[in-house]
Ligand binder design. Structure first.
Ligand code: ZN
Length: 186
């Protein structure tokens, strides 16, 4: 069985556009390292980003953002998907809700996921909830997720660890575990 790095909402509007915070930019380098290592170790990389329709309930909370078919809903240049990666669109907080992610992961023989992206206490948390409910193993890459404030980030991380039984590891620790695993197989 394999592991998949799920990259949540690393799209233009969240990093450089209407929902922009400087905090989002600092997770780009560790995500780059993590997805590179995932590809090299035979694990999977799945992007699930917002692509909203005007009737989506969430827009009543946050206003229009990452609207489907606009440049603002595209993955940022620094994290462009590569051949062999998978790209799905979402319309709610969870990367699993009506996106086909569960079917994709099952077809790829993935039984655990690593959550990265934005924001720790909203979309990462809801994605973690669905992963937990569906029985996936769950790791949160602690230096690859961010939120709008320290408090939101820390409370989100704590909730995901406590309630969804997620391992909280740094990108370096996850990369090391893949390297160790591949050595064992050899
Ligand atoms: Zn959204």
């Amino acid at each position: 069985m394999k592991e998949a790095v799920v990259v949540v909402d690393m799209v233009y509007d969240f990093v450089y556009g209407i929902l922009q915070t400087d905090r989002a930019q600092k997770i780009i380098p560790p995500i780059q390292s993590l997805i590179k290592a995932a590809r090299e170790s035979g694990n999977e990389v799945v992007y699930v980003g917002d692509a909203h329709l005007p009737t989506d309930p969430e827009l009543e909370v946050f206003g229009e953002h990452a609207m489907k078919g606009t440049p603002e809903a595209e993955t940022i240049k620094e994290l462009q998907p590569q051949e062999g990666d998978h790209v799905l669109e979402k319309r709610t907080y969870s990367a699993f809700f009506e996106t086909g992610l569960d079917l994709l992961l099952r077809r790829l023989n993935v039984d655990s996921i690593v959550i990265t992206g934005l924001h720790t206490h909203i979309c990462c948390r809801h994605t973690a909830a669905d992963a937990f409910h569906k029985g996936y193993g769950l790791t949160i890459a602690s230096d690859c997720v961010e939120a709008l404030t320290d408090e939101d980030h820390n409370s989100g991380l704590e909730y995901i660890k406590t309630i969804y039984n997620a391992k909280s590891l740094t990108s370096g620790e996850i990369i090391e575990s893949w390297a160790t695993g591949s050595k064992v197989k050899i």
